[in-house]
Design a protein around this ligand. Structure first.
Ligand code: MGD
Ligand code: MGD
Ligand code: SF4
Ligand code: MO
Length: 721
């Protein structure tokens, strides 16, 4: 209930879901008049139960940020001028259409970044622009992230979004490989308050085991942690499966009746005995066997792997093997194993099911997935001459200069484009190359429903967030920007244009809010907009439930355990295991890390999140530091095939010898950006070291992990620190 404060301004609470990460925590935002006085966890949210992290308060900082763009900006020479919306829409559409007419669709590209997935306006209305513009080159942050998960899901279950979620609230054995949910708050596993969920596993007598080249914040809470060599996981996972099959621990249960290829697995795994992979992984064969036995010896168990086993040279094989281990051990579509959510709005039926290798990238011929090309090829497809060279780019909520491999090369490529438009709230490392920036409203100025994360959640829940503030005068939501651009860009026959106009008219009239009611009514939980909106803390819809084979999207409702495209990649893995034996003891590998007060590249302009000691440090084991002539606090030069950076050394036993780690999302020292706070805490970009040529050849995902680097002591004093 609103109450009067002593000053007389009305005090009230507003409840909403946080849109910053996949945990979608419920927030209680305290207001006095129109000012936010506190942001806390919403204790009454049935899913997040009051949990929030340090980033939530920065929603206010972003909203109030004087650097956040509020009007369209047009470049004039090296500066920008504010212009009106209509002029901006006309100019953007005219220039893009002009380039399309002159050079064809091959000259156009779109890059969509991560916050799109956290913004339902973008998710629903973005496709209108893509359809109207019809760029030949589409990219997104997916191919520096979870692409292998989609590939495995598409080839095995028939839909790229039918992603298995670890049922952590009921499992007895949680095996985590290449993920750090205590810091990331979970990914492709929406699990707010992960820390307590992990502790609950232990309190009911279960075990948590972490496999990671760093003893992470998650590993520190686990029952066991093993260091594994970066990039060696596919071999390790294959050896676990090998053990399960060889020791007759397999028990796929009910699902045996709807899988194909089970009988092929022993032969496929034969080359990957624990002995064959042990040296490359850095774990002895007996330890690998024990892991497999412990996994199968528990009532319920689930293995879950994220970024560390996705953004690497064998990401596709890793995600396939993870699914197989869960399936073959009988921990699939069963409480305590890997399951599927039943969201109140099911985007699977209408969504893009996937599609693989129907066309290829221009220079390197890497395969598309779901209509998108691997972003590791974007810069070369701008730089290399010839037909279909990319000349114009639209970026939406993305910062690929900092987030994609060989960012410095992309930086140069963007500078050479004929035209670039960005839909973004900041003038940052990427958008500084735009001729035009179209800034949408802040997250607190629009309403929200998580179309994606309820689908990826460890429990079925639903939550609608009303807008907190009215949009600033003249401001436009992301979805309104898309509608305006789509209207101006739509081509095709008269019939196509009329159909598109009708769709836009309807979608423009009702907005995402108006579409939600219909989506809820079609869903499995028989909800409607009113009921959902009235439940301001969200609605609990119960635990995950078994749903196979009905939920499968394969035409025969069967799971393909051994898709040809994936199986044929096993020979590349065999080669890499042999090759790894030739690695010299002094060879170093670089990996990334996430930090509690960072959110990819775009929240370093929030003063509360960047204050304190330098965080963009190079983590290195004491033995490696010694043999490299480095000491704690030194400034180190790190070199890779593509670049060189300098960072302060942080010596730590928590990282594997021979491995070094830098956080990602930093590097705010590029000229021309308008991020006052971030510029004062620039750090360096790890993606000036990661290699655009290093990809998972199967999926096309960037291999951001296990980058070969050298380190040495810089002569000068540290630049940051
Ligand atoms: N080396 C290395 N690289 C990585 C990773 C790593 O672990 N290591 N992680 C990868 C992963 S998982 C991801 S998801 C990518 C992220 O890659 P990107 O999505 O390219 O980068 P972000 O840093 O998320 O940038 C988001 C952009 O969206 C803008 N923005 C924020 N909110 C909104 C909004 O509501 N509307 C609009 N229009 N714009 C908005 C921000 O200003 C910013 O420019 O980075 C990847 N890169
Ligand atoms: N605080 C915070 N939270 C975030 C984000 C953020 O930037 N900051 N970003 C959000 C986004 S977009 C995403 S996708 C999620 C990601 O969520 P996670 O995947 O949980 O996060 P990461 O920290 O990237 O975890 C990857 C782990 O893999 C390890 N690793 C690296 N290379 C290898 C390898 O070769 N093998 C193995 N086994 N492990 C390896 C790393 O040491 C790290 O611990 O986090 C989300 N949440
Ligand atoms: S964990 Fe994620 S969703 Fe929860 S408060 Fe932090 S940033 Fe927001
Ligand atoms: Mo991500």
């Amino acid at each position: 209930m609103p109450s009067e404060s002593p000053a007389g301004s009305e005090e009230r609470n507003h409840y909403r879901a946080c849109n910053l990460c996949e945990a979608i925590c419920g927030l209680e935002i305290r207001l006095s008049g129109d000012s936010i006085t506190a942001i806390r966890g919403d204790q009454a949210d049935p899913f997040s139960r009051g949990h929030i992290c340090a980033k939530a308060v920065a929603l206010q900082d972003v909203h109030d940020d004087p650097d956040r763009l509020r009007k369209p900006l047009r470049r004039r020479g090296s500066d920008y001028e504010e212009i009106g919306w209509d002029e901006a829409f006309d100019e953007a559409a005219n220039r893009l259409a002009e380039i399309r007419t002159k050079h064809g669709r091959g000259a156009l590209a779109v890059y969509a970044g991560n916050p799109n997935v956290h913004n339902w306006g973008s998710l629903i209305y973005g496709p209108l622009v893509y359809k109207a513009l019809r760029p030949k080159h589409r990219y997104s942050a997916t191919s520096v992230d979870q692409l292998p998960h989609h590939l495995a899901a598409y080839l095995m279950f028939g839909h790229q979004l039918l992603l298995p979620i670890p049922d952590i609230d009921r499992t007895d054995f949680f095996l985590i490989i290449g993920a750090n949910p205590v810091v990331s708050n979970g990914s492709l596993m929406t699990a707010p308050d992960f820390r307590h969920r992990l502790k609950a596993i232990q309190q009911r007598g279960g075990k948590v085991v972490v496999l990671d080249p760093r003893r992470t914040e998650t590993a520190a809470l686990a029952d066991a942690h093993h260091f594994v060599r970066p990039g060696s996981d596919a071999g390790l996972l294959a050896a676990i499966l090998h053990t399960i099959l060889n020791e007759e621990l397999a028990a796929p249960g009910r699902l045996a009746a709807c899988v194909d290829g089970l009988a092929d697995l022993p032969a496929l795994m034969a080359p990957f005995s624990p002995e064959a992979v042990a040296a490359s992984v850095g774990l002895d064969a007996e330890a690998i066997r024990q892991l497999a036995r412990a996994f199968c010896g528990t009532d319920t168990a689930v293995i879950y792997g994220r970024m560390g086993v996705s953004v690497q040279a064998f990401g596709g094989l890793c995600q396939w093997l993870i699914n197989l281990i869960n399936l073959v051990s009988g921990n699939f579509d069963r409480p305590g194993g890997a399951m599927f959510a039943t969201p109140a709005v099911d985007i699977l039926n209408d969504g893009n099911r996937g599609g693989f290798a129907r066309f290829h990238s221009r220079v390197r011929a890497l395969p598309e997935f779901g209509g998108e090309l691997p972003v590791a090829t974007m810069a070369e497809d701008m730089l290399a001459g010839g037909e279909e060279r990319i000349r114009a780019l639209l970026t939406v909520a993305g910062n690929p200069v900092l987030s994609t491999p060989n960012g410095a090369q992309l930086d140069r490529a963007l500078a050479g484009l004929d035209y670039m438009v960005s839909i973004d709230i900041y003038l940052n490392e990427t958008t500084r190359h735009a001729d035009l920036i179209l800034p949408p409203t802040s997250a607190l100025e629009h309403d929200h429903y998580d179309l994606v994360f309820h689908l990826l959640a460890v429990r079925n829940t639903a939550r609608y967030s009303a807008p907190l503030f009215d949009p600033a005068a003249g401001a436009k939501h992301d979805w309104q920007i898309y509608l305006e651009l789509a209207r101006r860009l739509q081509g095709g026959s008269l019939v196509t244009r009329l159909k598109a106009a009708l769709t836009r008219w309807h979608m423009g009239r009702v907005g995402p809010t108006g579409l939600l009611d219909g989506m809820l009514r079609k869903g499995a939980h028989d909800l409607d907009f009113r009921r959902l909106a009235d439940a301001e803390h969200g609605i609990d819809l119960g635990p995950l439930e078994p749903c196979l084979p009905e939920r499968l999207f394969t035409p025969d409702k069967r799971i393909d355990l051994a898709p040809n495209a994936i199986v044929s990649d096993l020979s590349r893995l065999r080669g890499a295991i042999v090759e790894s034996a030739r690695r010299a003891p002094g060879d170093l590998q670089l990996i990334s890390r996430r930090q509690p007060r960072s959110n990819n590249s775009w929240m370093h302009n929030a003063p509360r999140l960047v204050k304190g000691k330098e965080r963009c440090t190079l983590l290195i084991h004491p033995d490696t530091a010694r043999s490299s002539g480095l000491a704690h606090g030194d400034n180190a030069i790190v070199r890779s095939r593509v670049g060189r950076i300098e960072a302060m050394v942080e010596v730590s036993e928590d990282i594997m010898p021979g491995v070094v780690s830098l956080p990602h999302g930093w590097g705010h020292d590029r000229p021309g950006i308008r991020l006052q706070v971030a510029s004062a805490h620039p750090g360096v970009s790890i993606n000036d070291l990661t290699d655009d040529q290093a990809v998972d050849l199967l999926s096309g995902n960037a291999a951001l992990s296990a980058v070969p680097v050298t380190v040495e002591r810089a002569q000068e004093e540290p630049v940051h620190g």
